[in-house]
Design a protein around this ligand. Structure first.
Ligand SMILES: [Zn+2]
Length: 344
């Protein structure tokens, strides 16, 4: 039997190239917790702004919990920050958030022309550097999961809540913004891959079928996700997409972009999700609050086994959304153990 490293095992599973021995234990959503901060002595919010600290805390999810991958970063605001959106700093228990928006018309995009994705004054470059640090130290054996906000949610960060009305009333404008954010996403994803990311996790929380419906999803999301997927596949990098909320009826449409795996949250039944997709793997979907954070090792183990049954070998057991920072390490270890115990 082939001997797999965590890196070759995850690649084989996501690319569906061969049947492997057992399930990889990974998390495609954020992994920072207070337990990990205390274990490695690196804390939020500082860890969001310093490459070495970011890398150190990200690696702790592997060394302390046992996740068989390292994922960078912890938040999805550096992309909006890159374009000058106001950011509220996070705290020890909370990620930073976007508080204002900078684009009201296509003219507002003009000042960004010729932007440098590696601009060292931006936090995106801190994240790129953190990816390089973890890739250099762990990348031979472990998957390095690069991550970023998806182009639709970035468009919403740039334009504000009017975005949802804009796509329905100003199609040309909406599509032009999507072109812009997708071009940025591709450049940023490629830069992450240049620095050692071998798997891409796209977090596009508001690109939700339940928010915009199938017609608008097909027009404003699928073609743009498809471009990003194509760019990643050209570099042999599989793409996992996470969208929040009840995505059940949207899964078949989400898959049209060629996404390799779809991370679903606890509002979706994993067995139903598996039945809705043709090829994409389903990743999920332990409730980060009502299971992973607020129950017990026994309850997490039981719920993990239930999700494994629902996935029926066609997915990966993982948190349904970003791990809540107060989640105990013991609970996450319990989930990891159940994932690793699943033989294909
Ligand atoms: Zn989510």
């Amino acid at each position: 039997m082939t001997e797999y490293t965590p890196k070759t095992r995850l690649a084989a599973v996501l690319n569906q190239t061969e049947k492997v021995d057992r399930m990889p234990a990974i998390c495609v959503t954020q992994t920072g917790t207070v337990d990990l901060m205390e274990a490695c002595g690196i804390f939020w919010p500082e860890a969001n702004y310093d490459a070495k600290m970011l890398a150190g805390l990200a690696a702790a999810a592997h060394t302390e919990i046992g996740f068989e991958a390292i994922r960078v970063p912890f938040d999805i605001t550096a992309e909006a920050e890159f374009f000058g959106c106001g950011i509220k700093d996070g705290t020890k228990v909370q990620q930073p958030s976007v508080i204002n928006h900078v684009v009201n018309s296509l003219d507002d995009l003009k000042p960004f022309e010729g932007y440098d994705i590696k601009d060292s004054s931006k936090r995106t470059s801190t994240i790129l550097e953190a990816i390089k640090i973890v890739a250099d130290e762990y990348g031979a054996e472990l998957p390095i999961i690069g991550s970023m906000i998806g182009p639709f949610s970035l468009a919403q960060h740039l334009t504000g809540d009017s975005w949802f009305m804009d796509i329905m009333t100003k199609e040309e404008y909406g599509l032009a913004i999507m072109e812009f954010t997708t071009e940025f996403a591709i450049a940023y994803a490629n830069a992450q891959v240049d620095n050692g990311a071998d798997t891409m996790s796209i977090i596009d929380p508001t690109a939700s079928y339940s928010l915009i419906g199938g017609e608008f999803y097909k027009k404003f999301v699928v073609p743009f996700h498809a471009k990003l997927v194509e760019a990643m596949h050209a570099r042999n990098v599989p793409v996992v997409l996470h969208v929040c909320g009840d995505t059940t009826e949207g899964l078949a449409i989400m898959e049209l972009a060629g996404i390799d795996a779809i991370s679903v949250d606890q509002n979706v039944n994993a067995a139903t999700a598996v039945s809705k997709v043709e090829k994409a793997l389903i990743v999920g979907n332990l409730d980060p609050v009502n299971c992973l954070w607020n129950t017990s090792v026994e309850a997490v183990t039981a719920e993990s086994e239930k999700v494994l049954k629902e996935l029926d070998g066609k997915g990966l057991l993982a948190p349904g959304c970003g791990i809540v920072s107060q989640t105990p390490t013991a609970h996450l270890r319990a989930m990891v153990e159940v994932a690793k115990s699943y033989k294909y």
